[in-house]
Design a protein around this ligand. Structure first.
Ligand SMILES: [Zn+2]
Length: 321
């Protein structure tokens, strides 16, 4: 049975047709996250229908819809709990009703970092681990955990995913969540411009002349020995490493998988985080392995199939009968 999958991000919405752990077809839409989600869902439905048509299918030939969404998500009710400034009306929408009306299919949805975790756990770098942690390094910092073979969710869907909002610096920078000194406020793409401009050597750095100030530019210029870029890189590696130790202390995983767009620089990030974890995490039984994502952007799309089929699909079917 084919799953229609959508992974919502701040800049892009990735669509896919998924079957048996493989992405059969894919498409990327601009997120246009300043628009209401109800508006963007029209483009998502059109895109999914288009992918079906490419495969000589219609949604009626498919089994369900899965969404990965960048917010706190109540997966049991398929409701988005907060909009965090993106897709403004997201928390008001009944997505199950939308999917049934628009595509004639049941829908399951979960947080995007949790979906990356499910993808890596079922099909990627975390296969075979019953205890697994994931950190997503992207526009923000996400986290999630599988404990004893179960995805950690909690009462409101918040458990495990706020790893980017654990305090790494007492009295630190103001975060969007209301807290001070969150990992996300101290080292993520949305804070990078501010972090860079706070430095006195920024105006003299080639970083200030980059058309796009992102971590790809930071890692590239740091490798060329630019002082400002090196300081930003090393600061951010510290923040992500501290986040990994926090995650290990909280969830006792066998392995930590690092995912997200910033992992284009995995060759620098993985050894740095691994070395810090070995030095600072309290794991008297031995070493927690830090590994890069095996699936990249496909992790959350593949998780859409698992989500509605293996877990929430059963709940939906039970409720309907
Ligand atoms: Zn925060």
């Amino acid at each position: 049975m084919i799953t229609l999958a959508a992974d919502f991000g701040g800049r892009r919405i990735k669509l896919g047709l998924v079957k048996d752990g493989r992405v059969l077809a894919r498409q990327v839409l601009p997120a246009n996250a300043d628009q209401p989600l109800s508006t963007r869902l029209e483009a998502v439905a059109d895109g999914l229908r288009g992918l079906c048509a490419e495969q000589r299918l219609t949604p009626a030939n498919c089994g369900g819809v899965g969404f990965a969404y960048p917010s706190i998500v109540d997966a049991r009710r398929a409701r988005i709990m907060d909009h965090f400034g993106k897709f403004g009306d997201a928390s008001q929408l009944d997505l199950r009703a939308w999917a049934m009306t628009t595509l004639g299919l049941p829908l399951a949805i979960d947080n995007d970092a949790r979906m990356a975790l499910i993808g890596e756990w079922q099909y990627g770098a975390g296969r075979g681990c019953n205890n697994l942690g994931v950190i997503t390094l992207g526009t923000g910092l996400g986290a999630s955990a599988v404990i004893e073979g179960r995805v950690l969710r909690g009462v409101h869907g918040q458990a495990g995913i706020l790893g980017g909002h654990l305090t790494v610096r007492y009295g630190g920078r103001q975060c969007v969540c209301g807290n001070l000194g969150c990992a996300e406020a101290e080292g993520s793409t949305w804070m990078l411009d501010k972090l860079a401009r706070e430095r006195e050597d920024f105006d003299q750095s080639p970083l200030s002349r980059e058309p796009r100030l992102d971590y790809a530019a930071v890692f590239r210029l740091a490798a060329m020995d630019d002082t400002c870029a090196k300081a930003l890189r090393d600061h951010s590696l510290q923040i992500w490493s501290v986040t990994a130790v926090n995650l290990i202390h909280a969830y006792d995983p066998e392995k930590v998988v690092l995912c997200g767009g910033i992992m284009a620089s995995a060759d620098v990030i993985v050894p740095a985080v691994q070395a810090y974890v070995e030095r600072c995490a309290h794991t008297p039984w031995g070493r927690v392995e830090v590994v890069p994502s095996a699936l990249g952007d496909d992790a959350a799309l593949l998780a859409c199939e698992w989500l509605w089929q293996e877990e929430l699909g059963k709940t939906i079917l039970c409720e309907e009968t």
